[in-house]
Design a protein. Sequence first.
Length: 119
Amino acid sequence: QVQLVESGGGLVQAGGSLRLSCTASGSIFSINAMSWFRQAPGKEREFVARISWGSVSTSYAGSVKGRFTISRDHAKNTVYLQMNSLKPEDTAVYYCAAPTKTTLRYDYWGQGTQVTVSS
């Protein structure tokens, strides 16, 4: 099992920045990437960004590319999501998730952290 704990959400004005953190513990060897998803009220959960554990390759949703940066600290088993130039439409609960290496399914999820961007 892998446990994921997010932190860093909050309230920020449009144009501001926030950094989210997600720390993994447990059977880290069973995952090889970590991702951020978000879910706004009344909307489906959507992919935000992904980083692989080994090669540090990254991918982003088009809506956040150029504004958000995902990074990781291997020694701390922690992934960060630096969010700049925030917009009201970025308001959502942000979830950290990790796919199981063997199945590639997102089997592990954090509890979520609220990000609210005021206009």
